[in-house]
Each structure stands twice: as C-alpha cells, then as structure tokens.
Design a binder for this molecule. Sequence first.
Ligand code: ZN
Length: 372
Amino acid sequence: MRWSVTIGRFGGTAVKIHVTFLLFLAWIGFSAWRQQGAAAARDSVLFIVLLFACVVLHEFGHILVARHYGIATPEVTLLPIGGVASMQRMPEDPAQELAIAIAGPLVNFVIAIVLALLLGHIHAGDLARLDDPQLSLLARLAAANLFLAVFNLVPAFPMDGGRVLRALLAMKVGRPRATRIAATIGQAFAFVLGFVGLFGNPLLIFIAIFVYVAAAGEAQMTAVHESARGLSVAQATETRFAALPADARLSDAVETLLAAAQHEFPVVDAFGKPIGLMTRQDILAALKDHDREAAVAGLMRAPVETVRGATPLEAALERVYRQDSSALCVVDADGVLVGLLTRQNVAEMIMIKSMRPDWRFKGVRASSVGAD
Ligand code: ZN
C-alpha cells in the first residue's frame, strides 16, 4: 500500500503503518491534550497504540493459520479503521477459510480473557466506558478487545464474520452463491448501520459506506474469480491489436492511437518480443512535454509484464487488477508477443460467462500460445 512505512518484519510478513494512522494518533493526542491536558494526551495515545498492537495480533491470528495452509502474507498495513492483511489468495476450501477468518477474533477473545484474569474482574458495563479515564488502562483494553472480537464477528464483509458466514454457507450451497448471499446480508447490515448513524453517531455512516463498498467489491472479485476458473490466459487474450516498433516516434504512437480502438500499445523489438508499453494516457501525457520526433523507447513503460498463454487465467487476475498495471503482454514459448490481456477483456469474458455459463471459449491461436 502506498504512503506506508515498514516498522518490522515477522516471519515473512512486513508490518506497515499507513500515514493516515499516524495522523489519527496525532489527532487523538491533540484533542485529549486540548480537553484534559498532557497526562490525558499521553494516556489516550498509549491506549490507542496498545489497542492497535492487539489489532496486529488479531491480523497475525489470520496470517498464522493461513500460513499453516500454505498461504503467504507479504504485508499487513495498519489503517485508522484497522489492519489489512494482503494474503496472496483465499483458500477454496470453506473449512480452511472458516479457520482463517475465525482466528482473528479468537485472538481478541484470548487477550480479553488474559487481561480479565490479570485484573481479577471484567464488567460488561466497562464496554460503554471505553473513554472513561477513571477506568484503568488494562480494563479499557480488555473491554476494547471484547468489542473487537464481537464487532469483527458481525456477519458482513469486510468483517471476519462475513467470511465466517460465507464459509458456512459455501459448505451447503457452493462458493459463488454463498458469496452473493453473504454480500447481500452485508449490504443490508450496512443500510441498518447507516440508518442508525443518521440518528446517532455520524461515524457509523462512514463505517456503513465502507462496509457497503467492501461487500460489493468482495462479491465482484469472487464473481471474477469464479468466471475465470478453468480458463487459460490464451482464452481471454486480445489478439487483434496494433504494436509499435522499437524505433517508433511519438508521432507514430499518436497515429496508432487514432487508428486503433485499443488503449494499451505494446512496443516490440525486431523479433516481435515486447520491450515496453504505452497506454493512451502515457501518449497524451507525453504530448505535453515532447515533440513529434521524440523516441517512444524513451517514453514507454519498461520492462513489460509478460504472461504465457497456457497460464491459468485465475493466476493472472491479480496482476491484471493491480492498481498500477495496465495490460499484460501475452507471449508464446519464444517470448514473442501474441496478444494483450486487459481488464476490459476479462470484464467482457465475465459478462459472456454470466449470460451463458456453458459457453466454450476457443482461445484464438491457443495452439501456438498454449505450448508450455
Ligand atoms: Zn480479522
């Protein structure tokens, strides 16, 4: 994630803090200082830091169980809304997803119990007094962990409870339907939350929007993965495209842009191997500072991301949907460019699949690209 700093690395997972989290801490400290002075400010900041340490432990609950199933997590980022672990993939097996999802809230339950044992007591009423300075730091932390565990088990994406619900449903009705049902429940929950927020805490409206968007995103991403299953990259590849030669000028790029409908233009060497890529935006941006004779080789994005046609489409999806990527160059066994894989191709294929689930994709030139 951009705008974040790495604070440590534990067993292959980098722990990062997003800059908005630091701003959030500063804001907490400043508002406590303005209302109650320096001691209160220190206390509030310490509480938030400890609380987010518990959030990190929660994330490591997920991460460690995922690792047990062979799924790596390269990084976990702390945001003011909580921790975001970037797992490489989610398991297909609902039992595994259930175990990974429930591990996080379990960590908070365990922390709350350990703190309660240390304190010798815990009152349900403490939950409502999280900001009461009369309450000891540990008591507030115990109550907060209890809250985290319960809140995360709310059955709505992106909360863990949403995944628990999806996993349980998937055991009965299969993953695609389970995701749709779980997403609908999550969005209904978001509406209720937003409605409550209208009459009470405006922060709830913010959370409701977040939950709604996350539920929609989860449903969409799952639909994409479901449609891609069993297909190869070659079957979704755009094979009619214009490429720019390595010695092309900016004027050539502009002419190609006008002549073709595509938005991504690969640059190929004399052997037809991709050496760079220019998007429509890149070409338009280059027009501002460069004249028509400027060499495309000096303006293009390089190196290019390549993928073999025989690669399972599902495995390439993550690269296609990554924020900074535009298109993947599909190459044959000799590294020669045979087509482009863009988000637009994938989206079109999904539309076809949603209308005709039984449709068989031929995969143009699949014989030449599928040879690895
Ligand atoms: Zn979690």
